[in-house]
Design a protein around this ligand. Structure first.
Ligand SMILES: Cc1cc2nc3c(=O)[nH]c(=O)nc-3n(C[C@H](O)[C@H](O)[C@H](O)COP(=O)(O)OP(=O)(O)OC[C@H]3O[C@@H](n4cnc5c(N)ncnc54)[C@H](O)[C@@H]3O)c2cc1C
Length: 447
């Protein structure tokens, strides 16, 4: 029951922390109250991408004639799509379990409670630890809008497991999660309405590219209501009525189903966190330093709990940094190049600064922008579709930000992230040999 490291939470932050610590020879115990893999594997990144891939395959088959291929009677089977999603999740969760076991980590199933920085209670036992890493993640935030308790609504969990398509779906929140579900249900023929309080979808991504993506989906039948503040939900026969204010007018839409996706908030309650009296940030997140150490030496917080980016890959890197600090290795967290991807079809991805963030910070920059059709591979694989590659460069020619609209943005954005993190100048980056023909050659063209 004595460990060098105790980890609470088995999501990307927690399992990475346990794996990294175990690999380095530290004795480590990990507590998980639900499923290993956390939100990411069980109800987030992986299941959404599995569903989106099915929708993309369906779309590709329907539009195959653009490529001279005929596919007759294309159809889909939603229960089979959901069943495959569950199979994928099971396989990956088992993979995490075997990796942790292989590295000597002890996995304890149950809700952990912190007694003090050296003692954690779980499943009736008390565990002693030298270092404690908190990785409890985040949960769906449902705003207390009038009537929300009177109407049935989905969160992402219901949307992932639903086996019967509604005729219409109102999605509250046009952020990443909202747009990925909008894309999925639109592909499967559901009449989707996205209601967003801000003046553009996908806040935090490049605004111009987000607008292009929105225009594309609008053509495919999604209704977007921007600058629309939802005020009341009500039951309307077998539909849900969503009332909202827009341009000082009161309006409403009805839909058969309602999906709430306005945001997530860190899990900080009900596990004895108050016993540590940790310092918090202005936004009430746990304050951590560049090593992910909290105000209490030996106690670390990683992943969504820190509220920095609410992304699995940030959680993974934070966990590595925390364990490296425990091991006395030189390492520090940098948020300069955290890629953000929206797995719509086409995908949109960005890394580093946006034009909006640079303007806000008063930093000078120049834009180098090209249509994706400058990449031969992109043209070969995207009939009748275009996209954009936008690079933001500093006066000294280092890359500040990169933004892409077009497939496979998710796969090539890391290249730009490396250039930003390593502070490469355009001239250095251009000297790299890019394989031909690949979509990532667009960077070389745009530099
Ligand atoms: C629909 C959806 C799609 C997403 N898609 C992406 C994507 O494509 N890419 C991406 O990067 N991110 C995506 N995310 C976000 C991603 O899932 C999170 O950023 C990531 O899971 C955070 O990892 P974490 O380890 O901090 O926390 P989590 O994954 O939330 O894991 C925390 C774990 O801690 C456990 N826990 C909490 N309290 C206790 C306790 N007291 N005792 C024991 N166990 C406890 C929980 O059960 C949970 O398993 C998505 C999220 C959602 C909801």
């Amino acid at each position: 029951m004595n460990y060098q490291v105790a980890v609470i939470g088995g999501g990307p932050a927690g399992y990475t922390a346990a794996e990294t610590a175990g690999k380095a020879g530290l004795s480590v115990v990990l507590f998980e109250r639900q499923n290993l893999g956390g939100v990411c594997l069980n109800e987030g990144c992986i299941p959404t991408k599995t569903l989106l891939y099915a929708a993309k395959t369906y779309d590709s088959a329907r539009h195959a004639s653009k490529y001279g291929v005929s596919a007759a009677d294309v159809s889909f089977d939603l229960p089979k799509i959901i069943a495959r999603k569950q199979k994928v999740v099971r396989k990956l969760v088992l993979g995490i379990k075997s990796k942790l076991t292989a590295h000597g980590a002890t996995i304890v199933q149950g809700e952990a409670t912190i007694l003090d920085k050296h003692h954690v209670q779980c499943a009736g036992q008390t565990y002693t630890c030298e270092n404690l890493i908190l990785c409890t993640g985040s949960d769906t935030f449902v705003p207390p809008i009038t009537g929300i308790d009177q109407v049935p609504y989905w969160t992402h969990r219901n949307a992932l497991d639903n086996k019967e398509l509604p005729a219409s779906l109102a999605i509250i929140g046009g952020g990443v999660i909202g747009m990925e579900f909008a894309s999925f249900f639109n592909s499967l023929g559901v009449q989707v309405t996205v209601i967003e309080m801000m003046d553009e979808i996908l806040g935090g991504m490049d605004k111009a590219l987000s607008a292009m993506l929105r225009a594309d989906y609008a053509k495919r039948g999604i209704t977007f209501l921007l600058n629309a503040k939802v005020t009341v939900f009500a039951k309307d026969a077998d539909h849900i009525k969503v009332s909202y204010e827009q341009a000082e007018d009161s309006r409403s839409v009805t839909a058969e189903r309602l999906l709430m996706s306005v945001g997530r908030r860190p899990v900080t309650n009900d596990f004895g966190l108050e016993n540590l009296a940790l310092k918090k940030t202005e936004r009430n997140h746990i304050a951590v330093d560049e090593h992910l150490q909290t105000s209490l030496p030996g106690v670390y917080a990683c992943g969504d709990l820190t509220g920095f980016s609410l992304l699995a890959h940030t959680a993974v890197r934070e966990a590595e940094v925390a364990v490296h600090h425990i091991l006395g290795m030189e390492d520090a967290m940098s948020y300069r190049a955290v890629p953000g991807v929206v797995y719509t079809n086409p995908e949109i991805a960005g890394v580093g600064e946006t034009e909006e963030s640079l303007q806000h910070k008063g930093i000078d920059y120049r834009v180098s922008q090209l249509p994706m059709s400058y990449s031969g591979r992109f043209v070969a694989e995207n009939e009748g579709v275009n996209g954009v590659c936008k690079l933001l460069l500093a006066a000294d020619d280092t890359l500040l930000g990169a933004h892409l609209l077009g497939n496979p943005a998710s796969e090539i954005i890391t290249l730009a992230g490396m250039a930003i993190e390593l502070r490469l100048r355009a001239s250095d980056w251009k000297k790299m040999i890019f394989p031909h023909p690949t979509v990532c050659e667009i960077f070389k063209e745009a530099l």
